[in-house]
Design a protein around this ligand. Structure first.
Ligand code: P6P
Length: 282
């Protein structure tokens, strides 16, 4: 309900997680809720660092590289450290796997969850103020499983939770714990993510296609034919619009909200595609 532009029935992410978990798993001990709230706290810290980056010495390169062979930005390092520390302190994780570091982190005496995350995807866009994001996925370790990287080398269907946080014109958290994703928007004056859509569903049809046209000379013929159809529909319909930010979380979020298609197909340069299954397909 809205009254003079103010929601009179706000539901924060913290409350939603508790209500959702209570409904889904009434006998749960609340460990997943604690973990989800830790992820939420980490994202708020990263959002705060991203907003201040231009004003503090947080822009630019860190002078190091990551296992992906990418130059790390200072914010990459900050975001990675924040996630590792907040997740470790949550007491719910036994394995952390970050796109920014070479090996998995095993937490002795940790909890039953393993988290894979890209703490700051799209960081090549940081210095020009383009939206960037965090991507995460949560697996639950079987009681009999020893903590190891194999806890996260499972099918996506075995994820118990996954989502992303978009640091854009506003800060959006999109989160699923097995059902349709919910969308929360950070209210900076509250420091809380407030529910904006309880059941996100991509529109049936969309007028936007999203791909890096700069790679068109490298595409397989089928991709070229499909993109040509987007640009010049054989049924005489109006062409689709191209929108490509080059920051996956921004491109995916827009596609989820407005419809259409986002693609990063394998090509002669990236023969296995560029986006990493473990992190960017959560
Ligand atoms: P390209 C960012 O570096 C990223 O991993 C994704 O966020 C993004 O979708 C993709 O790479 C952009 O790649 O080759 O189009 O610059």
């Amino acid at each position: 309900e809205m009254l003079n532009g103010f929601s009179t029935d706000p539901l924060t992410l913290t409350q939603w997680v508790l209500v959702q978990q209570q409904k889904e798993a009434p006998h749960a001990r609340g460990n997943l809720s604690i973990l989800l709230n830790a992820i939420c706290v980490a994202c708020k810290f990263v959002d705060s660092a991203v907003r201040r980056a231009g004003l503090s010495d947080l822009l630019g390169l860190a002078g190091t590289g990551n296992i992906q062979g990418e130059d790390q930005k200072k914010l990459d390092i900050v975001a990675n450290e924040v996630f590792i520390n907040v997740l470790r302190r949550s007491g719910q994780c036994s394995v952390l796997v970050s796109e920014e570091i070479d090996d998995e982190i095993i937490i002795e005496g940790g909890g039953e969850y393993s988290v894979v995350f890209d703490p700051l995807d799209g960081s090549s866009n940081i210095d020009c103020g383009v939206s960037i994001g965090t991507i995460y996925g949560i697996y639950k370790k079987e009681k009999t499983e020893a903590p190891s990287v194999s806890n996260v080398l499972k099918r996506g269907r075995e994820l118990v939770g996954a989502g992303y946080c978009l640091y854009g014109s506003s800060c959006s958290m999109v989160l699923s714990v097995g059902k349709q994703p919910a969308h929360f928007t950070l209210d900076p004056s509250l420091g809380e993510f407030v529910l904006t859509s309880a059941h996100m569903r991509v529109p049936e049809a969309g007028r936007i296609y999203s791909i890096n046209e700069g790679n068109s000379s490298l595409w397989a013929d089928a991709i070229s034919r499909y993109v040509q159809e987007c640009k010049s529909p054989s049924n005489g319909k109006l062409p689709m619009s191209l929108r490509y930010v080059g920051s996956m979380v921004a491109d995916v979020h827009r596609t989820l909200l407005y419809g259409g298609i986002f693609m990063y197909p394998a090509d002669r340069k990236a023969t296995q595609g560029k986006l990493r299954l473990l992190y960017e397909a959560c």
